[in-house]
Design a binder for this molecule. Structure first.
Ligand SMILES: Nc1nc2c(c(=O)[nH]1)N[C@H]1C(S)=C(S)[C@@H](COP(=O)(O)OP(=O)(O)OC[C@H]3O[C@@H](n4cnc5c(=O)[nH]c(N)nc54)[C@H](O)[C@@H]3O)O[C@H]1N2
Ligand SMILES: Nc1nc2c(c(=O)[nH]1)N[C@H]1C(S)=C(S)[C@@H](COP(=O)(O)OP(=O)(O)OC[C@H]3O[C@@H](n4cnc5c(=O)[nH]c(N)nc54)[C@H](O)[C@@H]3O)O[C@H]1N2
Ligand code: SF4
Ligand SMILES: [Mo]
Length: 734
């Protein structure tokens, strides 16, 4: 049966919306809309989800492997492609060792079941230390703070938005992004509900974003200074005797130290640094401590900055000292059905996390959770010596647009001996590849959000099988990853995939403490389905994959429930309120209090509803309309700098310069310029006909690869010092 209605989960962002597909008899998709019966999204959908058919049908989307012949990427068979990979990769590994092969994992790899389950198999087999991902231009600071406080890298407290009465939100714009580290379809509806039940939403952002506009209160904050504001809130709460840890009190270590650490940050000193008036800070502290149920939520604006880990930590210090950690309406821990480390092993205690087990070769930057800062990837490629990266594998990533100092990285990618990309387009990154392996379209492979259900505001499980037959000759990602695993383990391009897969399944069963012999139904499956079924059976609910197959709209496992102390995996078995590495970073923040500002401009980004980082720009309905890649500048700054609305400005930083049209708006704070990332599709050698007609400019040309949050290695993408000038004036001076 091909025609009829089918249901799937949108894989494009963290919101995990249910989609309803109307199929024609020839197998094509006639219409997509929100699945009104989806247990989580209840019919909500955004313009991207609504355009997913255009992605499926995009003629530029790759449907066969490409290999480079005589300098040009040409279509090839899978055997050709894998033969080429084996011939090129094997000698590099043999002559130069494992670290000579680097890997970059992009954002969509986390939304893809095959890559989530099998990616680590390949990484383990490869054995390189040169692993990079989009995490270090995103949420790594939160993972570091949560790991140190609660014991595993995804033990992130999630705002219980559906029951809260007070939400303090920093550095997030869920009305455009649809949320992050807080999986919740339909933010607008959920935020409205907070207000309708008499609650309050306060937004802290250097821009009056869509989210800020629909909140009760918005304060501008100077980019990169959230840690001062948050520390001042904590200081106020401690000093006015309002700290009350509530039900978790017996499980917290380090309260006194946390109090001492925030002591230098009173509201007045913080006001000088961050721009939020001391009386507002004091009032917000009282409101937060006094609310029946409150939560503090910080997202990318609080991570991709100089004090990313400290800000991320302070968010949860506030949740804890106001008694809101682990209580309904506060910040809670999801209990996912599959793969959540804090549901495994002995409840209430673990090994905690160790950071900096090794360092990057050139700059000596510490590892976090097995990866190195992506801001160091270019130098690891272009600096000769032992351990230099000579070959790179990119998996669903576009670091040429999404990571700092893009020009340096583009040059470095051009110098590689060999580059393999697993990707669906020839874009700014993959144009450098020697081999590109495509993926099936989102409708052509199965889906389950292993990562995002660990971060969701309800406990949800939702699996979708492939809805459409892939085109003839298409291979699923998991088979490709296993075939690569065969190559890097020296078994060549034709290793026995079933044997490797069987080995992976046995390992999953062993880690889940289940005996495969007891689960013949699961063992009769193959690939991701077998692994998922085993993981469900090993998980905290009494579920099998057959249960999920029988529930096309998903299974709602209920609202979040208190999980402390059971979910803790710190070595102490306690919540570590003042972990040693974080305490050691506080003096850096204190020193910055006194830092004088030079009055210069700083750059921040902004997300746009109809965009998805650097991709989905080849989808006509999403890029049509007026130019979106503009620099938002406050009219006062424009007057001072001689910039005019609609005219180009030259924006320069330590590492690069770009030209971008100015859009005057008082929605951006004076002293701040906002340019969205992910644009810049005008380079040679790509094959994206729509995107290259709407190129925009790559803002990461300006991002400085030397500016990092030291604890997490996360790049600073907000608060980059820049200079702005009208293009005409610059031209005259030259
Ligand atoms: N200045 C600035 N820079 C930023 C950010 C910012 O806020 N400001 N945000 C950062 C963040 S949060 C992130 S997550 C990163 C994202 O950084 P990346 O993950 O490097 O970039 P994306 O734009 O998500 O690119 C996704 C790639 O995956 C490919 N792709 C899509 N679907 C599939 C699939 O099914 N299979 C395969 N094999 N490939 C697929 C696309 O073609 C594209 O090449 O960007 C970061 N960069
Ligand atoms: N439409 C769309 N949706 C997306 C994406 C996309 O590109 N487009 N990307 C997806 C990805 S990979 C991610 S990680 C999420 C991110 O989701 P969000 O974290 O919600 O990201 P943004 O929408 O960029 O919102 C960040 C906000 O932080 C503000 N900001 C910048 N600097 C600072 C600062 O120093 N302090 C404070 N307090 N605020 C600051 C910005 O002005 C902006 O309004 O979105 C996901 N969803
Ligand atoms: S909000 Fe995210 S998951 Fe939902 S339809 Fe849009 S892109 Fe897809
Ligand atoms: Mo992201």
């Amino acid at each position: 049966m091909i025609g009829g209605v089918a249901y799937t989960t949108c894989p494009l962002c963290e919101a995990t919306c249910g989609l309803e597909l109307q199929r024609r008899d020839d197998g094509s998709v006639a219409r997509v809309r929100g699945d009104a019966e989806d247990v989580f999204s209840k019919g909500f959908i955004c313009p991207k989800g609504g355009s997913i058919t255009a992605l499926h049908e995009d003629p530029d989307r790759l449907r066969t492997p490409l290999v480079r012949r005589d300098g040009e990427l040409v279509e090839a068979t899978w055997d050709d492609a894998f033969g080429q990979i084996d011939r090129r990769l094997a000698p590099i590994l043999e002559q130069h060792g494992r670290n000579a092969v680097g890997v970059y994992l992009g954002n969509p790899s986390v939304h893809n079941l095959s890559f989530t389950l099998y990616g680590r198999v390949l990484l383990k087999a490869l054995g390189t230390r040169n692993i990079f991902s989009a995490s270090t231009v995103d949420q790594m600071p939160k993972q570091v703070s949560a790991g140190l406080m609660f014991g595993t890298f995804l033990s992130i407290p999630i705002p219980d938005i559906d029951r809260t009465e007070y939400m303090l939100m920093l550095g997030a714009n869920p009305l455009a992004s649809n949320g992050s580290l807080m999986t919740a379809p339909d933010y607008r509806g959920r935020m409205r509900a907070v207000r309708e039940r008499g609650g309050k939403v306060v937004v802290i952002d250097p821009r009056r974003s869509r989210t800020a506009e629909s909140a009760d209160e918005h304060h501008f904050i100077r980019p990169g200074t959230d840690a001062f504001f948050l520390a001042a809130l904590a200081h106020e709460i401690f000093e006015s005797g309002l700290a009350d840890l509530g039900d978790v009190a017996d499980h917290v270590e380090g309260v006194e130290l946390a109090r001492q650490l925030v002591a230098p940050f009173d509201a007045e000193r913080a006001a000088d640094a961050c721009g939020i008036a001391a009386h507002d800070t004091r009032r917000i502290a009282r409101e937060l401590a006094g609310a029946e149920r409150a939560c503090v939520y910080g997202r990318i604006g609080t991570c991709t900055q100089e004090f990313g880990t400290l800000a991320s930590w302070l968010v949860d210090v506030l949740n804890t000292i106001t008694g809101n950690l682990d209580r309904p309406g506060g910040a809670m821990f999801p209990k996912a059905a599959v793969g959540q480390p804090n549901t495994q092993g002995e409840p209430g205690r673990g090994r905690g996390v160790k950071l900096g087990r090794w360092s990057s070769r050139v700059r000596g930057l510490p590892e976090t959770f097995g990866e190195l800062p992506v801001a160091a990837m270019a130098e690891e490629i272009d600096t000769p010596g032992d351990g230099q990266i000579r070959a790179l594998i990119t998996v669903a990533g576009n670091p040429a647009l999404s990571t700092p100092n893009s020009e340096q990285l583009a040059d470095a990618l051009g110098e590689l001996d060999f580059m393999l990309s697993l990707d669906v387009y020839v874009n700014e990154t993959t144009r450098h590849a020697d081999v590109i392996l495509p993926s099936p379209s989102p409708f052509e492979h199965s889906h389950y959000d292993i990562a995002f259900y660990q971060l969701a505001v309800r406990n949800i499980a939702n699996y979708t099988p492939a809805l459409l037959e892939p085109p003839p000759g298409m291979r699923d990602d998991w088979e490709n990853v296993l075939r690569l695993t065969g190559i890097v383990t020296g078994q060549g391009a034709d290793a026995n995939l079933d044997a490797i897969d069987g080995f992976v399944a046995a390992e999953i069963a062993r880690r889940g403490s289940i005996d495969p012999a007891d689960h013949p139904d699961a063992m009769a499956r193959r690939g991701p389905e077998r692994l998922l079924d085993l993981m469900l059976r090993a998980g905290p609910y009494d579920l099998t994959l057959a249960d999920l197959e029988a529930a096309p709209h998903g299974i709602d496992l209920g609202p979040l429930e208190p999980r402390i102390p059971e979910m803790l995996r710190t070595a102490s078995g306690k919540i570590e309120l003042a972990p040693e590495p974080i305490a050691a970073d506080v003096p850096r923040l204190e020193a910055a209090l006194e830092r004088s500002r030079n009055g210069g401009m700083v750059l921040i980004g902004r997300r746009q509803l109809r965009s998805n980082n650097s991709w989905m720009h080849n989808i006509q309905p999403l890029v049509k309309g007026k130019e979106r890649c503009t620099a938002h500048v406050h009219p006062d700054d424009a007057a001072r700098l001689g910039l005019r609305d609609g005219e180009p400005a030259r924006v320069s930083s330590r590492v690069g310069e770009i030209e971008v049209p100015v859009e005057l708006t008082d929605a951006v704070m004076p002293g701040v310029v906002s340019i969205p990332h992910g644009w810049g599709h005008d380079v040679d050698g790509t094959r994206m006909s729509v995107a290259s007609a709407h190129p925009g400019t790559n803002s990461n040309v300006l991002a400085d690869e030397l500016l990092l949050d030291p604890l997490s290695g996360n790049a600073v993408l907000n608060g980059i010092p820049v200079e702005l000038a009208p293009v005409a004036v610059v031209a005259e001076q030259h």
